[in-house]
Design a protein around this ligand. Structure first.
Ligand code: PMV
Length: 342
């Protein structure tokens, strides 16, 4: 059997009981995550199996809460932050297709209520926390009793980076080797770093970026430079573990920033070029580098969009906030209740 013949449904089916045990309702929360060692490139598109392993930090209270219940209208309905979603939108179509993997042919019209508390001003994508929260809610709603690894592997089928949003703190997503992808899932790392802060800097609303799926495809197909990526990704991951073990913030920051820049270099080397940066992104990068030159330990990372995520420690927060007054600061290891909680 080739990789291409194994579908999402084939894989999910193996873990479902003959008859679903349906609850009245179920809900779950999953945090957003920012990769410090990025995932860029799929070795198998259908199951979102990655070419390289990745490592992220979850954003504590920022994320998605999703509730599933039986629909009283006889039709599927999605409410996003309290507002009804047009079921023909790509967002709704993706969610329903994912739910269909689990309810199969059974007639189970559902009400899906989903809330993102990621401030729109932060410019963060919500597909990772969205698919992770949906997977966790599905597990409860259908009493599937899936293990953490299975939950992470199923969330990955919805969106690759969602595999990491099943967990809090530092998280590693191992690329895995198996054809069915069930070993391509994330797990939580033991390291704690209470002083660590992630600053979300939205620099531009700009034109809509090329989505990560198409971006990865284009990079692999057209950028010769991409050949160097898997090796760099592997080295960075190893070095990141050493920095975490040593508690070296400079190590963590340097590896994360260099890793993000290297990923962007492969994107820029694609044809047509994939430049996710806006002029405001570059201006903000230069501000980060100027701060560093002035002795403030701050590093940046960026994903498939124009916004920056800054990495620093609590002691530098005031200095950095002076340069980036609108920055939203997340303490990934704080369990303090905040006004953002949903
Ligand atoms: O799984 P996706 O489609 O959200 O892709 C994520 C790609 C990056 O955000 C650029 C990197 C990463 O590891 O999160």
């Amino acid at each position: 059997m080739t990789n291409h013949s194994l579908t999402k449904a084939d894989v999910v089916n193996r873990y479902l009981p003959e008859l679903l045990d349906v609850s009245d309702d179920a809900e779950a929360f999953a945090p957003s995550n920012i990769a410090l060692c990025k995932y860029w490139g799929k070795r198998q598109k259908e199951l979102n199996l990655p070419i390289n392993s990745s490592l992220s930090i979850s954003l504590d209270h920022l994320g998605t809460r999703t509730k599933l219940s039986l629909s009283t209208t006889g039709l599927d309905q999605i409410l996003l932050n309290g507002e009804s979603v047009d079921m023909a939108t790509p967002f709704a179509v993706k969610i329903i297709a994912f739910l269909n993997l689990f309810r199969r042919e059974q007639s189970l019209p559902l009400l899906i209520e989903t809330h993102n508390n990621i401030p729109t001003a932060a410019g963060l994508a919500s597909s990772a926390s969205g698919f992770a929260a949906l997977t966790l809610a599905i597990n409860r709603f259908f009493n599937l009793k899936l293990s953490d690894g299975q939950l992470s592997a199923f969330a990955r089928i919805g969106s690759g980076s969602a595999s990491r949003s099943i967990f809090t703190g530092f998280v590693q997503w191992n690329k895995g080797e198996q054809e069915d992808g069930m070993d391509s899932h994330a797990y939580q790392l033991d390291h704690q770093w209470p002083e660590l802060r992630v600053g979300l800097v939205k620099v531009s609303t700009g034109p809509k970026a090329v989505d990560s799926r198409s971006g990865m495809g284009r990079t692999i197909e057209t950028a010769t430079l991409y050949e160097s990526w898997p090796k760099q990704a592997e080295n960075d991951l190893e070095r990141m573990h050493r920095a975490l073990d040593a508690g070296s913030f400079e190590g963590l920051g340097e590896i994360a920033e260099h890793n993000a820049m290297s990923m962007h270099a492969t994107m820029i080397a694609s044809w047509p070029p994939l430049l996710y940066w806006q002029p405001e992104s570059v201006a903000a990068m230069q501000k980060v580098w100027a701060l560093r030159q002035d002795g403030v330990p701050v590093y940046l990372t960026m994903d498939a969009g124009p916004n920056l995520k800054l990495l620093f420690q609590q002691e530098s927060e005031t200095d950095i906030q002076q340069t980036f007054p609108d920055m939203e600061v997340v303490a990934p290891f704080s369990s303090e209740p905040t006004t953002q909680t949903i």
